[in-house]
Design a protein around this ligand. Structure first.
Ligand code: NI
Length: 173
């Protein structure tokens, strides 16, 4: 396993679209492991390949103790949302690609998703609550969407200005 680079906004690579994988082979399994290791190292609950500059539709989620009904890492390739509820929830979200920002985001409370697991098997999952929120956040990454896109444009601009300033201070822009 290896730790992956973490891109932060406004890196243009975060705004592209990821490509589906043909099948989950040993290379994709290695990518899944790397995503998971990077997630654990950074105390995150989800991490998508696009955040490491890899344009493949692959993501990893582990809510650990915060999830009562799915106590193991979820590794997904080519995830697809089939249905979301009209009922919504508000979740305080953060993102490794938008450092030090935690904000309330409104999303559907329930989401049904299908995906290829680490053994290349097609799986269907009916998720609710925090897990549903996290799955939607990570699938957004594969479509080049950051969680701050769900906020008002005024709020988003304030955050982007702050991120640009932080990058300049670090001299990494
Ligand atoms: Ni994120």
């Amino acid at each position: 396993m290896a730790l992956l680079e973490i891109l932060t906004a406004p890196d243009p690579r975060l705004y592209g679209k990821a490509f589906p994988v043909q099948k989950v082979d040993s290379a994709i399994r290695k990518l899944m492991d790397d995503l998971l290791e990077t997630l654990y190292e950074n105390n995150a609950v989800g991490f998508a390949s696009m955040q490491a500059g890899i344009q493949k539709r692959v993501l990893a989620i582990d809510l650990g103790e915060r999830n009562n009904f799915f106590r193991k890492p979820l590794l997904m390739a080519n995830p697809e949302l089939h249905w979301v509820s009209l009922e919504t929830q508000v979740t305080k979200e953060g993102c490794l690609s938008v450092p030090n920002v935690w904000l309330d985001v409104i999303r559907p409370l329930e989401a049904h998703v299908s995906y290829l697991d680490e053994n290349n098997q097609r799986q269907h999952l009916k998720a609710k609550g925090l897990l549903a929120d996290c799955i939607q956040h990570e699938i957004d990454h594969l479509n080049g969407i950051l969680f701050i896109e769900h906020l008002s444009s005024l709020k988003r601009e304030m955050i982007m200005r702050k991120l640009m300033k932080n990058k300049k201070n670090k001299g990494s822009l």
